[in-house]
Design a protein around this ligand. Sequence first.
Ligand code: ZN
Ligand code: ZN
Length: 190
Amino acid sequence: MKKTIGLLKIGEFDKSILIKLKKNVEREFEEFNISVSIIQEKIPLDEVKYNPIRRQYDASKVLNSIIFYNKDKQYFRILGIMDSDIFTSGLNFVFGIAMSPKFEISRGPVMALISITRLREKFYRRPESMALFELRILKEAIHELGHTFSLEHCNKFCIMRFSNSLADTDEKPPKFCDSCMKKLKNFLKT
Ligand SMILES: [Zn+2]
Ligand SMILES: [Zn+2]
């Protein structure tokens, strides 16, 4: 059976972003016979826990609150996308987080989450560039999905390089390096 990555919209943002992302992610994983679909259900933001002091969402809590969307395991992976700032303990903000595939054995579906808020030029009070915005979303999506396919951070010129800032995201290519690609092929061929 063909494996499917489900894109799950959390909160409000323009649907065209999801449509574009679906096409781009699909192209990226085409050779592995993985398809991408936009999940029809949307998660309202008030269903996920907000941290009013930090004025951010706790990324792990968001993942936990959406996990039941894949309890039937109809999706190979779910990538949640939200347009609100997220953090994890120890970091002021993150572009995204992901579960390790080890999670699947013990507790169920493997999911990842990205926030597109800090990928906009507008966030830094610079004129918007749609092309740049879409490329950054793709990079963060592929990076987090890479983690769900067992890839760790990589120091090479590679999409699996850790991004601590927008400059890091812009510097890394939208592609896996040869060694990550090899690991990915190993993981996905089973
Ligand atoms: Zn990472
Ligand atoms: Zn790499």
